[in-house]
Design a protein around this ligand. Sequence first.
Ligand code: HEC
Length: 237
Amino acid sequence: MRMRRNKLIFAALLASLTLLGCDEGDIEEHDERVQTSGKIAKLTAHITGIDSWSSQYSIVLAGFAEGNSNAIVQKRLLDSDEVTTLSLTSDDIATIELCVTNRLRERIATFATVSAQQLQGDTVYLDAGNVDLGMYKTIQDLVFTGTCARCHGLGATPAGDLTLVEGQSYAQLVNHPARIEAGGMRVVPGSAATSLLHKVIHGDSEAGVRFDHSNMIKEQNTITLIDNWINNGAAED
Ligand code: HEC
């Protein structure tokens, strides 16, 4: 009798841990996730460019739940940091990311990532190597290269006479006269409102560009990132 009860308790324990499937054949879906709370993430990286970010943003090592862009935990990095540790406080953390977040702790761009399930002992290691995450380079990588350069490329006739390829885009934008807007500038440092780039990505038809660019950049936060970059002086690094 006693043996049987112990067995039952044992089985109940196993089930509640959801680590093992049942042995009857009708296998229930089971969660194989390793618990992450109480563990540690450790980033090793040589980072440059943090100083170029405006005050609305933080470069952080952060933990995110799946499908959620708000960091559950984050730790701010400085240019001089080589090794940063982050205490994981929740089992919901699915990824550990070297990224930039805004004041609401929303992920704006990710530079390196690792699954929180890749524990070695009590630690998840993220080795990012040399990372240049300057504000302008981030915009180039996040927006211009992937979304714009297919029309604003290197060919003889880039759309709007504007090339947004890495290495060329900055000179083509900042303090560069607009083609379509008489007397206008593509990017006026410190003034998004008067910059043609701002008007174009906001779909402002009064700017006179005969091609609708609205909805081309899907995330509102990415549009805000470009505006903030302009308003903060539109620096190149
Ligand atoms: C599918 C093609 C296409 C894509 C992709 C595209 N553009 Fe354009 N863009 C154009 C065309 C065409 C014009 C010229 C419209 C005109 O002459 O009225 C233009 C003009 C512009 C201008 C005005 C240039 C000037 O000085 O008059 C800017 C700024 C611009 N685009 C920015 C962007 C940015 C930023 C992206 C990426 C988010 C982008 N474009 C993606 C086709 C594209």
